[in-house]
Design a protein around this ligand. Structure first.
Ligand code: PMP
Length: 405
């Protein structure tokens, strides 16, 4: 069966509107994806009929809510192919998941003079928490560089790993370059040196199937809002052996076992890392989003988005005097570019006037800007509901803007 984007678009009523008197073209999906009716309706129905706080209640709706929340954990476990449901922790997003690991893992395992490795193409969320951990523990941050075409220089990893390396943190897909990094290979190399690896899956889970057991990653993190789910919910997957050995991140709520003023003991996984009232509504919405994604098929979505990427890249190149940042053969539907000498902020504003939403600026990736010696980029990123007709509108808009300069 061919990919039925027209039917898919019907699931996203938000797309069917005009902005500045033109059909709205949403190419800012790497920042956040839109939510299908299945997610909106699930949250609405839950909020109208069921809502009660989880875990502690003995009444009907508290039990129902707890079941729905825990069912979402099972959906995520299945989505990531985690071995155990207790290895799936709900957080508020990728950023919090990384901060949790950077804080808690470092407290247990990072000592003065130790080393952490990240890559040059990381989002700030996968740099700053590690830098903070290094400052706290007087450790050293090392960086795997990428080549100008956007490919990670994985061959340098062996030279960067030492007997002081404690963890490696790497994005599976770059939010600027779109590069799909060879994380399985990186993990294989790291494990040869007994070094665990955290994979930032914020930009990968909407586009490629992930199997944490096959990857053999030690941690995997992603955000709900980039997989067609709600904001404020995210996931940390961690192998039990690490999570068991790490101290809690935040205190209070379901993370306790028993509290006295002399000493508090902590709950089992996953609750040990879920302090306070979790965003259970978000988790239930995320479950619905993942089911929606799985119903279409992530492989099908990835292949379709790749056809959009190829189409858009070819059309952009026809414009001439256009620089694309990141041209790895292994890429998701993300294109960062510079057109003529037009500043990305001007380009973004003018595109918006023509109904087209893109992202401009430093894209939370200053080191990528520094690599190419630019202060900003324009980014178009595609999702399951975008079309070649929208890309045509985008190209037409760029041609029109060019005539204004
Ligand atoms: N890592 C990557 C690769 C991202 O693209 C993003 C979001 N732009 C993040 C981390 C942070 O995600 P969030 O803001 O949802 O915590």
């Amino acid at each position: 069966m061919s990919y039925d984007y027209q039917n898919i678009r019907k699931d996203f009523p938000i797309l069917d509107q005009q902005v500045n008197n033109r059909p709205w073209v949403y190419f800012d999906n790497a920042a956040t994806a839109q939510r299908p009716l299945a997610v909106v309706e699930k949250i609405q129905e839950f909020s109208l009929r069921t809502n009660s706080n989880i875990h502690r209640g003995t009444h009907f709706h508290a039990i129902k809510t707890t079941e729905a929340f825990e069912n979402s954990r099972d959906i995520v476990r299945n989505f990531l192919h985690a071995k155990e449901r207790e290895e799936v922790i709900f957080t508020h997003g990728t950023t919090e998941s990384i901060n949790l690991v950077a804080r808690s893992f470092s407290e247990a395992f990072l000592r003065e003079g130790d080393e952490i490795i990240v890559t040059e193409m990381e989002h700030h969320a996968n740099i700053v928490p590690w830098q903070m951990a290094c400052e706290r523990h007087r450790a050293i941050l090392k960086v795997i560089p990428f080549a100008d075409n956007g490919e990670l220089q994985t061959d340098l990893l062996e030279t960067l790993i030492s007997d002081r390396t404690r963890i490696i943190a790497v994005a599976q897909v770059s939010n600027t370059l779109g590069t799909v990094n060879p994380v399985k290979e990186i993990i294989r190399i790291a494990h040869r040196h007994n070094v665990p690896v955290l994979v930032d899956g914020a930009q990968s889970v909407p586009h490629i199937t992930v199997d944490v057991q096959d990857l053999d990653c030690d941690f995997f993190v992603f955000s709900g809002h980039k997989v067609y789910g709600p904001t404020g919910i995210g996931v940390l997957y961690g192998k039990r052996r690490w999570l068991d050995a790490m101290p809690p991140f935040l205190g209070g709520g379901e993370m306790i076992d028993r509290v006295t003023f002399e000493k508090t003991t902590y709950n089992e996984l996953p609750h040990k890392f879920e302090a306070g009232t979790p965003h259970y509504v978000g988790a239930i919405g995320l479950g619905a989003a993942i089911q929606y994604l799985q119903n279409i098929g992530i492989k099908e979505i990835g292949a379709y988005e790749h056809s959009l990427l190829t189409f858009a890249t070819d059309r952009l190149k026809e414009l001439g005097n256009l620089r694309i940042f990141g041209e790895s053969p292994s890429k998701t539907g993300v294109i960062c570019f510079q057109l003529d000498q037009i500043h990305p902020f001007d380009l973004g504003t003018l595109l918006d006037q023509l109904g087209i939403a893109v992202r401009t600026g430093r894209l939370c990736a200053d080191p990528v800007m520094d690599h190419y010696g630019v202060t900003a980029m324009t980014r178009a990123s595609f999702a399951c509901y975008n079309t070649t007709e929208e890309i045509d509108l985008f190209i037409k808009a760029l041609l029109r803007i060019r005539t204004m300069f």
